[in-house]
Design a protein around this ligand. Structure first.
Ligand code: TYM
Length: 327
């Protein structure tokens, strides 16, 4: 029996190389080894205000990008969260088993709600319950994510364990899988902040659909330090981040990369890195253009994906309802 993988991505903002290196690329690499399910989480997206037309277009765009990146719909299941109503239903039930104190500890909520204060939606606060429902509905073994989602997966484990201890074995306890390198790609203009798709375009984020000129300009402007040596040193976050991106796109060992830039300056690294990223993204961008020429095809793959796995979600939900005396 293959282990089951589940992971998700929000259809908001522009998908960037942080999402790609920290999550998507790994989903593609291991999809055949596992039974893989990937979800475009539109119900999570509405925890902050969205324009309906943009949300719909972004949902298709993100699905297109995942397919262009190499998610194979014959091998993996790709679907849209709102197409399977069990997600929202299980999220409600799990809510009733998550102490508010657990939610208050979630650092992502603290960061995201800082600006909006009391205007922030209850949905944003409750976001981890929906994420737990996503994962637990499919008896997931492994959840490959970037580092920022680790705490949410831990909460998922906690609520599953709590439910199991009250009602008997119901949920499988999932494990987060965080990569050793690339789990937290930093913003180019401020390497103390993670690269993020929700920020307004600040030049710190390389989006998967950026043109070669945009990529060159952003990388050449990346914040570094006043030293010169090109070396993997976590204490120098700007240059370290650029080197990690170089490492992940080229697959070269660190010593080789350091040797390559021995005696050279930051500008040389930036120039080469820009070309490496442009080349690395070119096949994805070309496939994306082909795929989006036929949007109906993407929609039909998403419908088929949801139809294929809905029975798994419904089975889990029925078991949960039976356990707690609903229906
Ligand atoms: P989202 O849409 O913010 O990000 C999608 C994936 O990209 C990773 N990621 C990063 N990795 C490295 N460096 C970065 N700078 C970076 N930024 C983002 C994220 O960790 C994530 O793996 N809540 C999730 C979506 C979700 C989900 C789920 C994930 C909903 N349900 C169930 C797993 C399982 C989110 O907002 O991801």
């Amino acid at each position: 029996m293959k282990k089951r993988v589940f992971s998700g991505i929000q259809p908001t903002g522009n998908i960037h190389i942080g999402n790609y290196l920290g999550a998507i690329r790994r989903w593609v690499a291991t999809q055949a080894e596992f039974e893989s399910i990937f979800c475009v989480v539109d119900l999570h997206a509405i925890t902050i205000p969205q324009d309906p037309k943009v949300l719909k277009a972004k949902t298709r765009e993100v699905a297109g990008l995942l397919l262009a990146a190499g998610i194979d719909p014959e091998v993996s299941t790709l679907f849209v969260q709102s197409h399977i109503s069990a997600h929202a239903e299980l999220a409600w039930i799990l809510n009733c088993f998550i102490p508010v104190g657990w939610m208050r500890r979630m650092t992502q909520f603290k960061e995201k709600s800082e600006k909006q204060k009391d205007e922030v939606s209850t949905g944003l606060f409750d976001y981890p319950a929906l994420m737990a429902a996503d994962i637990l509905l499919y008896n997931t073994d492994v959840v490959p994510v970037g580092e920022d989602q680790k705490q949410h997966v831990e909460l998922t484990r906690d609520v599953a364990q709590r439910f199991n201890s009250i009602y008997g074995e119901t949920f499988r306890i999932p494990e987060a899988e965080i990569p050793q390198t690339g789990a937290r790609i930093m913003a180019l203009d401020d390497p103390t902040q993670k690269m993020s798709k929700s920020e307004e375009d600040r030049g710190g984020t390389i989006c998967l659909l950026d043109s070669p000129d945009e990529i060159r300009a952003k990388i050449m402007k990346a914040t570094t330090d006043s030293l010169r040596e090109v070396r993997f040193d976590e204490g120098r976050p700007g240059i370290y981040n650029l080197l990690v991106i170089y490492e992940l796109f080229t697959g070269q060992p660190r010593e080789e990369i350091e040797a390559r830039f021995e005696g050279k300056g930051y500008a040389d690294l930036k120039r080469e890195l820009a070309e490496v990223v442009i080349e690395g993204l070119a096949p994805l961008q070309a496939r994306y253009r082909e795929l989006t020429a036929d949007p109906a095809h993407i929609d039909s793959l998403l419908t088929q994906g949801a139809d294929r796995i809905r029975p798994i979600a419904e089975k889990t939900l029925s078991l949960v309802k039976e356990r707690i005396g609903l229906g």
